[in-house]
Design a protein around this ligand. Structure first.
Ligand code: AMP
Ligand code: ZN
Length: 523
C-alpha cells in the first residue's frame, strides 16, 4: 500500500492549462499559485514544473549501495530530493516517492567490471550479503530519519526483491534486438539506441574526441574512466551489462536462474525495473548525484526507453558533490566522515541539513569541521529565535497582508530551482524584523519549515532557556559567583564570569525571575 499523505482541502490541487506535445501536464493550484522551476539536466535549462497527472508527482531517487555505512556525501542527494518533495507538497501535490536500496549487482567499477560491492562487504565482515544489506540499510534509514526525513512517506524497495521484473525487462530488450551475449553476460548495444548519451549532452564520440569540456569536469572524468575500462568483448565502450553470468570457478552468494543461465542483474537495470513496477512507465522526476549522469542514468534511459519506445522521465535532477580538500568524499579515496562522527562530537544531526542548505544543490560543497561548526552555531541561534517566537506567540500564527508578501517572497525563492541559500538568509531576516509580530513570524515559520525541514516549529531542547538548577554543578557555581559579583556591583568580575560561562558554551541572560542560560555550542 502506498504511504500516501492526506491532503488538506486548503491545498486541493486543480489543473493548469499547461501542455506539452504528446502529454497533458498539470500543476496544482496551491493557495499562492506561484510557478515552480527546476533545472532539468536533460535540457540543461530551468523549466517550469508541471506533473503528468493532476495533483500527483512521482519521484524516483537512485538509492544507496548498502555494502557499508553511508557517509555524509551519500546523504546530500537525499536531502536534495527531500527538498524537492517538500516544495511539491507545500504546493499541494501528493508526492509518490521511491528511494531504492541497491543490494546486488553494483560492481566496484560502474563499467560492470570488478567485484560486486555486496559480496565484497560480506567478505570484509565475515558474514552474508543478506546480513550486510540489512545492517547498512538500517543504518542508512536511521541517518535519513535523523535528518528530518519522513520515511513513512517513502518506499525503499530492495533490488533483490525485483529480480523477475529485471529479467522481464532484459528479455524484452533481447526480443527487440538491443542485446548481445559475451562470455560474461548479456549486454545492451548502445549503438542501437541513437539517443544514447543525451543526458548531460554526453555522446561517446564527444568523449573520445576529448570535447567534453562543456560538461562538468567530474562528469567527463567518470565518462573517460569508463572508456579506459572498455573490455574487448564489448562492441562499444558505452555498452553495459543487463545480466552477468555467475563465475564458473567461484560460487556467488547472490545468484538467480534466468533465461541466460545462473547469474545476477547488471546494476543499472534495477532502477529501470523498480521505476516501472512502483511508479509507472513515465515519471515526473528522477534524481541522483552528478556522478550518475554519464553512465548510470544514460543507461537507465537506454533500457527503459528501449522497452517503452517513449520518454520515461520528464525532469532529471542532479545534486553536486560534497568534497573535502577539493576531492569528492568517497570510500575509495578514504576521506569519509559519517553522520555518527558528527553526533559523537556533540553536534545535532540537523546541523548537517543546515550546512547543506547553505549551498545550492548544483554547487559542490566543501566540508571542513570549522565551517560545519559555524553552521551548527548558526542553527542553534536560529532555533533560539524560533523558540522565542513560539514562546511569545503562545504557538499562535496570524496571517496578515504583510506576512503573506513575505511568505510569497520565500516561496518564490524556493520555486526558483530551490534557492536554499537565499531562502535561509531571508528566514533570518524575518526572524530579526522588529516590525513583525511574533504571531506573524510564527505564520512565516510554518511556511519555512514546510520547505526546509529544520525543526523550526519545535526547536530541539538545546535551544531552550534553562534555569541554573537544570545545569551541571560547576556551571551553577559560575552562575552563583556571577550573581554575587553583580549584587556588590563588581561588574568587571561579573563580565569575566559571563565570558567563562560563554567559553563553557552557555549564554547567560538576566530575567526578572533570575538568570537564564542557553546552550550556544557544545562544550
Ligand atoms: P552509491 O551508493 O555509490 O550509489 O551512492 C549513493 C548516492 O550518493 C548517489 O546518488 C551518489 O551520487 C551520491 N554520492 C556519493 N558520493 C557523494 C559525494 N561525495 N557528494 C554527494 N553525493 C555523493
Ligand atoms: Zn539508479
Amino acid at each position: 500500500m502506498w504511504p500516501f499523505k492526506k491532503r488538506s482541502p486548503a491545498n486541493a490541487p486543480g489543473t493548469l492549462p499547461h501542455t506539452s506535445p504528446g502529454t497533458s501536464l498539470s500543476s496544482p493550484s496551491s493557495s499562492l499559485s506561484l510557478p515552480l522551476f527546476f533545472t532539468n539536466t536533460l535540457s540543461g535549462r530551468k523549466e517550469q514544473f508541471a506533473s503528468l497527472k493532476p495533483g500527483i508527482a512521482t519521484m524516483y531517487s537512485c538509492g544507496f549501495t548498502v555494502y557499508s555505512q553511508a557517509h555524509i556525501g551519500n546523504i546530500r542527494p537525499y536531502i536534495f530530493s527531500d527538498l524537492i518533495a517538500r516544495t511539491l507538497e507545500a504546493d499541494g501535490y501528493h508526492v509518490r516517492r521511491v528511494i531504492n536500496i541497491t543490494d546486488v549487482g553494483h560492481l566496484v567499477s560502474d563499467a560492470d567490471e570488478g567485484e560486486d560491492k555486496m559480496e565484497m562487504g560480506a567478505k570484509r565482515e565475515g558474514t552474508t550479503a543478506e546480513e550486510i544489506a540489512s545492517r547498512y540499510t538500517n543504518l542508512f534509514l536511521q541517518d535519513l530519519k535523523q535528518m528530518n526525513m519522513n520515511l513513512d512517506e517513502i518506499l525503499f524497495p530492495r533490488a533483490t526483491h525485483y529480480i523477475q521484473e529485471q529479467i522481464a525487462m532484459a528479455k524484452t530488450l533481447e526480443q527487440k534486438g538491443y542485446t548481445y551475449r559475451t562470455s560474461d553476460g548479456i549486454y545492451f548495444d548502445t549503438s542501437k539506441f541513437p539517443d544514447y548519451g543525451k543526458l548531460g549532452g554526453i555522446s561517446d564520440e564527444a568523449l573520445k574526441q576529448g570535447s567534453a569540456e562543456t560538461i562538468h569536469d567530474q562528469i567527463a572524468l567518470a565518462g573517460r574512466t569508463r572508456l579506459k575500462e572498455h573490455t574487448s568483448e564489448k562492441r562499444n565502450p558505452a555498452d553495459f551489462a543487463l545480466w552477468k553470468f555467475s563465475p564458473r570457478t567461484t560460487k556467488r552468494q547472490q545468484e538467480w536462474s534466468s533465461p541466460w543461465g545462473l547469474g545476477f542483474p547488471g546494476w543499472h537495470l534495477e532502477c529501470s525495473a523498480m521505476v516501472r513496477a512502483l511508479l509507472g512507465d513515465t515519471i515526473d522526476i528522477h534524481t541522483g548525484g552528478i556522478d550518475h549522469i554519464p553512465v548510470h542514468h544514460n543507461n537507465e534511459i537506454a533500457q527503459s526507453e528501449g522497452v517503452l519506445g517513449h520518454p520515461f522521465v520528464h525532469y532529471w535532477m542532479h545534486c553536486a558533490f560534497l568534497t573535502i580538500d577539493g576531492q569528492k568524499i568517497s570510500k575509495s579515496i578514504g576521506n569519509t566522515i559519517y553522520l555518527s562522527d558528527i553526533t559523537e562530537r556533540g553536534y545535532h544531526p540537523l546541523a548537517l541539513r543546515y550546512f547543506f542548505l547553505q549551498a545550492h544543490y548544483s554547487s559542490s560543497l566543501s566540508f571542513t569541521w570549522e565551517a560545519f561548526a559555524g553552521a551548527s552555531e548558526a542553527l542553534q541561534r536560529l532555533w533560539r529565535l524560533a523558540a522565542n517566537v513560539q514562546h511569545e506567540s503562545k504557538g499562535e500564527a496570524k496571517q496578515s497582508g504583510k506576512i503573506l508578501e513575505c511568505q510569497k517572497k520565500f516561496i518564490r525563492l524556493m520555486h526558483d530551482d530551490l534557492a536554499t541559500p537565499q531562502g535561509v538568509a531571508y528566514l533570518w531576516e524575518i526572524l530579526r524584523d522588529e516590525d513583525l509580530s511574533p504571531k506573524e513570524k510564527n505564520a512565516f515559520l510554518q511556511t519555512a519549515e514546510a520547505h526546509l525541514g529544520l525543526s523550526l516549529l519545535a526547536p530541539p531542547e538545546s535551544a531552550r532557556k534553562r534555569k541554573p538548577e537544570e545545569l551541571p554543578d560547576d556551571i551553577q557555581d559560575l552562575v552563583r559567583d556571577r550573581e554575587k559579583a553583580r549584587r556588590v556591583q563588581d561588574y568587571a568580575k561579573s563580565d569575566t564570569l559571563r565570558e567563562k560561562l560563554k567559553n563553557r558554551g552557555y549564554l547567560v541572560e538576566d530575567s526578572p525571575t533570575g538568570p537564564l542560560l542557553t546552550l550556544i555550542s557544545k562544550n
